[in-house]
Design a protein around this ligand. Sequence first.
Ligand SMILES: NC(=O)c1ccc[n+]([C@@H]2O[C@H](COP(=O)([O-])OP(=O)(O)OC[C@H]3O[C@@H](n4cnc5c(N)ncnc54)[C@H](OP(=O)(O)O)[C@@H]3O)[C@@H](O)[C@H]2O)c1
Length: 284
Amino acid sequence: MSFISKLNRIIKSIKAFKETYKFGGFNEINITTIENKDLLKGKRILITGGGSGIGLSMAKKFISQGANVLISGRNEDKLKNVIDSLSNKRLSYIVWDVTETNLCDVKILEANNLLGGDVDILINNAGLQPKAFFPNVTEEEWIRIYETNSKGTFFLCQAICKYWKANKSSNYRKIINISSQGGFVGATYPYRMTKWDVCGLTQGLGLAMAPYGILVNGIAPGVVKTEMQAFSLKQGNNTFCNQNLLNRVQLPDEIADFASFMISDACNFMVGQTILVDGGYSLK
Ligand SMILES: NC(=O)c1ccc[n+]([C@@H]2O[C@H](COP(=O)([O-])OP(=O)(O)OC[C@H]3O[C@@H](n4cnc5c(N)ncnc54)[C@H](OP(=O)(O)O)[C@@H]3O)[C@@H](O)[C@H]2O)c1
């Protein structure tokens, strides 16, 4: 081994040690993703909050598997950057704030146009992170979180189900609601409480809509390495996190892979379930 590579190795070890010391441990992830370029061929998918994090990972995965994908969000520059950097003709964007619930019907029609046919899969992913915790939650904070995570999800589900019921298809339509591990444990602040809402809605709509060929299910991630968990981004390659049994955060791609299975035709008999993918956090 040359002197330079020995030196690089020492520098790497020192960096790793610094991270371990700072964050309490060290963990790296190597994931294997399921590649199937036709798994989602022909599907038209709307992902709210698709300009970053989990939503963006899902968008990338779904287009790689043949789907037409429309990502939404409030920040047009962010969405445009994604479109420019991925440069794929099956990916488009729409500026759409999910709190503007009066626009749902109009936006669904716009989405259909952009996708070249009716949306057949909706991923309710847009969400806001908490800024305050009990006992310091203000009414303003409550409204801010509820407007997006709970109200936005509910009204979009309602509008798309109404549209789908009026415009039938011989294929299953699907909704995936993104909840959280926080939706499965005690909740004392609005973010977590909205994620309980989302689980309840998923169960209720699953029951109500399955007879119409609309399958509603959900995913409850653990701590995922996105903007929402800024601490994990600061750790660089270190994925250490002591909140779950695996001592690591998740990568957004791990949720994307799971979602691609759920929206594929390999998963057409699941109704009203929110699947926890949380490294065992909720079992503790
Ligand atoms: N990261 C985690 O550890 C974790 C764990 C469990 C569950 N989740 C859930 O996973 C989902 C995605 O979060 P993430 O971690 O990927 O965070 P993220 O990168 O911050 O993504 C959230 C996205 O939602 C969009 N958004 C926020 N408010 C919106 C609104 N009113 N209308 C439309 N879009 C809106 C944001 O875009 P704009 O700001 O441009 O609108 C952003 O692209 C959220 O529902 C979150 O609660 C995350």
